[in-house]
Design a protein around this ligand. Structure first.
Ligand code: NAP
Length: 241
């Protein structure tokens, strides 16, 4: 049994650790960040070349099953894997960590809607944590942004007033409180990524009374089987034999 594990998340690394070397796995990373945290076992890096490239790759590599443990917002990769696996009748599972409870957050459907919410509420000092690509939607905003990302966003598509903070989680509650205070932040914008590595910002915002604008996850493709924990995913793989 040979398994493709679409990764780039802590959950994917934990699943690789649980399966390797008993199961023949190959992990796949998009290659977005320099010096990524590598999972146990063999790894390939870079896009497959769309649906056609993925189909070809699965055939050439004689893959029997796919676990998609990509980031919950990696909707294109997830759609491609679901489509190709359905077509090839290949066992396919999505491992998606549970989303955060939005609580009192303003929930929006996209980065564009998040930018509209920031304008509507006249927030002026925004902690923007939607990543490198998420900052683009705020390009025309007059507010000031503290943009936190793993790799530097493209300068030309950024809002006029901003400061870039390059860093990578996990983040601690005390540090998040300190950042929000130091920069006198009056709103937090985040994706509903879920998980413990980056949730401290929500607790810090709640403690400081800072409103949160939360981008909801894109829906999973119709008909896919999904689990929320590494253990459930490992059990699914074990049942494949
Ligand atoms: P995406 O938009 O779903 O994927 C775009 C393309 O990247 C895919 O079509 C595929 O290229 C390639 N790709 C993605 N994941 C891959 C993998 N595991 N192995 C091989 N190729 C892969 O995903 P994304 O560009 O990675 O990210 C989309 C959103 O998720 C962004 O908003 C990003 O900020 C967020 N994200 C966040 C984190 C995080 O840790 N915070 C991590 C990842 C993504 P081909 O079509 O050529 O196969």
């Amino acid at each position: 049994m040979r398994l493709l594990l679409l990764g780039g998340t802590a959950e994917a690394r934990a699943l690789a650790k649980a399966l390797h070397p008993q199961v023949d796995i190959v992990s796949s990373l998009a290659g977005r960040v320099p010096d990524p945290a590598l999972p146990d076992g063999p790894v390939r890096i870079g896009g497959f070349g769309g649906v056609d490239g993925l189909r070809r790759w699965l055939r050439d590599e004689r893959v029997d099953a796919v676990v998609d443990a990509t980031h919950p917002f990696a909707a294109t990769m997830t759609a491609h894997a679901a489509e190709v696996c359905a077509e090839l009748r290949m066992p396919h599972l999505v491992l998606a960590r549970p989303p955060w409870e939005p609580g009192a957050a303003i929930v929006v459907a996209s980065d564009i809607e998040a930018a509209k919410a920031v304008a509507r509420h006249a927030y002026s000092r925004v902690f923007l944590t939607t990543g490198r690509s998420g900052a683009r939607a705020f390009a025309r905003s007059d507010a000031w942004f503290l943009i936190r990302a793993v790799t530097a966003p493209d300068k030309v598509s950024l809002p006029r007033h901003h400061h870039i903070l390059l860093s990578r989680g996990p983040y601690r509650y005390d540090d998040e409180i300190a950042i929000m205070r130091r920069h006198r932040v009056d709103a937090l914008v985040t994706k509903n990524s879920g998980g413990d590595m980056t949730r401290a910002k929500l607790d810090a915002a709640a403690a400081l009374g800072i409103p949160v604008v939360m981008v909801a996850r894109p829906p999973l493709p119709d008909g896919v089987t999904a689990v929320g924990t590494v253990q459930e995913a490992a059990e699914w793989v074990a049942r494949l034999g």
